[in-house]
Design a protein around this ligand. Structure first.
Ligand SMILES: [Zn+2]
Length: 181
């Protein structure tokens, strides 16, 4: 177990398409999952934010995501979005790899995600709102895609300190709206 440095914007590993995990129960997989958990715990304390980390953010180009929402934790191996609902919503997104920047992105409001857990068991999860947005963000990391690439609308970037001067925390998430085709 170890706390690893979180890779920052500009590090080429953030742009790699990560390898599928062949053996979810292997020691190597467990090591990455444990390091994600420990690194997230330290980063949450440091930045007072954050609910997840993807393996490439700690320098491991494999398809593993660690999520902690409230008291619940998930280690997701080879997670995939298998379905999206009819609504999108706007989100002011952030990321440990560029912690001082907020980016307005458009995300699906409801998604279905399938993944394998560290015991090798398959799961399917239907989620909406903040959890749906979070998992889309993390799964993007596994494909080398950053929230910056999904910037949406006019003036989509703001430093956190500036954003906080003109917005309330509740304004991070817009309401669900039918997807524009
Ligand atoms: Zn991120």
């Amino acid at each position: 177990m170890a706390v690893r440095r979180i890779r920052q914007l500009g590090d080429p590993i953030l742009r790699v398409r990560c390898e599928r995990v062949q053996n979810p129960k292997s020691a190597a997989t467990r090591l990455v999952a444990d390091d994600l958990r420990d690194s997230l715990a330290v980063a949450r304390k440091k930045y007072k934010m954050g609910r997840a980390l993807a393996a490439p953010q700690i320098g491991a180009p494999v398809r593993i995501v660690f999520v902690q929402m409230d008291k619940q934790r998930w280690t997701m191996i080879n997670p995939e979005v298998t379905d999206v609902g009819r609504d999108d919503f706007l989100v002011w997104d952030d990321c440990f790899s560029f912690p001082n920047l907020l980016v307005r992105v458009n995300r699906a409001y409801q998604i279905t995600v399938s993944y394998t857990d560290p015991k090798g068991k398959q799961h399917t999860m239907e989620v909406e709102g903040p959890m749906a947005e979070l998992l889309q963000h993390e799964i993007d990391h596994l494909d080398g895609i950053l929230a910056l690439d999904r910037a949406s609308g006019v003036d989509p970037f703001a430093f956190r300190s500036e954003w906080e001067k003109v917005h309330k925390p509740g304004e991070r998430y817009g309401p669900p709206k039918p997807r524009e085709v």
